[in-house]
Design a protein around this ligand. Structure first.
Ligand SMILES: Cc1cc2nc3c(=O)[nH]c(=O)nc-3n(C[C@H](O)[C@H](O)[C@H](O)COP(=O)(O)O)c2cc1C
Length: 364
């Protein structure tokens, strides 16, 4: 039997070989100083080039956008140079790659911020959980996030400019697309949710106002390239990073429609159930499809068995696999041939070097 996941899919003028995508996966192994990707990342991603599309680990679009140790950036010349090496290796292996554009907002700690300043968010409300900084010997250490300061309205144009510049940088670095990270309780999602956004300017209050920053960031990204080169990741109802996404479904619908009007490359739906959230209902999927006729990429606890009926029903168009891609460099091949999968080693997800990163075996 041949799976729908094996079918090619076109995004804009780019033909992707199959519908098995690699989800964005933070691994905290960028070279120091400067949070620069390099040889190690080039090897890791090239091993996974059998994916229809690789979406990079989240890359901070400015020093202020950083919230964890050793995550790569996409704002300095050295980082662009490093990513160039990565995209060249992926292209040489026949793959395609998008760069995930990231600003963490309040999921950060002053030690990760320029001049040890406080992280920024929609409002000065804390994320009452931890993030990861680097210990004395390069090891990951968990620390409480700081209570952020609220972004001033007059700071927003400069913030939006970092989305524009990061998209130009990603183009220059040889990526095929960018993905705006508007999910998982990071900055754009902090603006979307009424529990983290208590602003009284044009970026807070009504649902439309709370969606404004996300859409403005996407617009700046589109202006730097083309709608068919810009994907967007949303996580309606995701409780990830302490966000209580009360009107998440309504927000998801609103954003989906606004993004469809812009003709973006794809809508990437990070489903909440893999991280303790509820399962998305069939009704929501149908409603989302009605509002977004373009490419919908789904992610979160997927298997071939979960994907195929949703593809057949036309509710999704591709699936991004996360943990299975960490552990199986040849995941697309394995899934399409019903081969067994290597189990992931979660203790090696974050930080370190080759171990748990480039040493998972492919099938002979
Ligand atoms: C180690 C790890 C790192 C992740 N990093 C990111 C990230 O940088 N950006 C993002 O949008 N999601 C990130 N996620 C979420 C994944 O993209 C994916 O949605 C999630 O793992 C569920 O898919 P899975 O069940 O196939 O693993 C991460 C997940 C894991 C396990």
């Amino acid at each position: 039997m041949s799976y729908r996941l094996s079918q090619a899919i076109k995004i804009g003028d780019i033909e992707l070989a199959n519908r098995i995508f690699m989800a964005p996966l933070t691994r905290m192994r960028a070279y120091q100083p400067g949070d620069v990707p390099g040889d190690l990342q080039a090897r890791y991603y090239a091993q996974r080039a059998g994916a229809g599309l690789i979406i990079s680990e989240a890359a901070q679009i400015s020093p202020q956008g950083k919230g964890y140790m050793a995550t790569p950036g996409i704002y300095s010349a050295e980082q662009v140079q490093g990513w160039r090496q990565v995209t060249a290796a992926v292209h040489a292996a026949g793959g395609h790659m998008a760069c995930q554009l990231w600003h963490v907002g309040r999921v950060s700690h002053h030690s990760l911020q320029p001049q040890q300043q406080l992280p920024v968010s929609a409002s000065a409300l804390p994320y009452t959980n931890k993030t990861t900084v680097m210990g004395e010997h390069g090891e990951p250490v968990r620390v409480a996030c700081d209570t952020p300061r609220a972004l001033r309205t007059d700071e927003i144009p400069a913030l939006l400019e970092t989305y524009h510049q990061a998209t130009l940088n990603a183009r220059e670095a040889g990526f095929d697309m960018v993905e705006v990270h508007a999910a998982h309780g990071y900055l754009l999602h902090q603006f979307q949710s009424a529990t983290s956004n208590q602003r009284d300017d044009a970026y807070g209050g009504s649902l439309e106002n709370r969606a404004r920053l996300t859409l403005a960031a996407v617009d700046r990204s589109i202006a730097a390239w083309h709608p068919s080169r810009v994907g967007v990741r949303l996580s309606p109802l995701g409780t990830f990073n302490g966000l209580d996404d009360r009107d998440g479904l309504e927000m998801g619908y609103y954003l989906a429609q606004a993004l469809a009007e812009r003709g973006i490359a794809y809508l990437h739906l990070s489903e909440p159930d893999w991280a303790g959230g509820p399962q998305l209902s069939e009704e929501f999927r149908v409603g989302l499809r009605a509002r977004f006729p373009g490419v919908i990429v789904a992610a979160g606890n997927y298997t071939v068995a979960k994907a195929e009926p949703l593809l057949a029903a036309g509710l999704i168009d591709a699936v991004a696999f996360g943990r299975p891609y960490i552990a199986n460099p040849d995941l697309a091949h394995r899934l399409l041939s019903d081969a067994a999968l290597n189990p992931p080693r979660p203790e090696l997800f974050y930080g370190g070097g080759e171990e748990g990163y480039t040493d998972y075996p492919a099938l002979a």
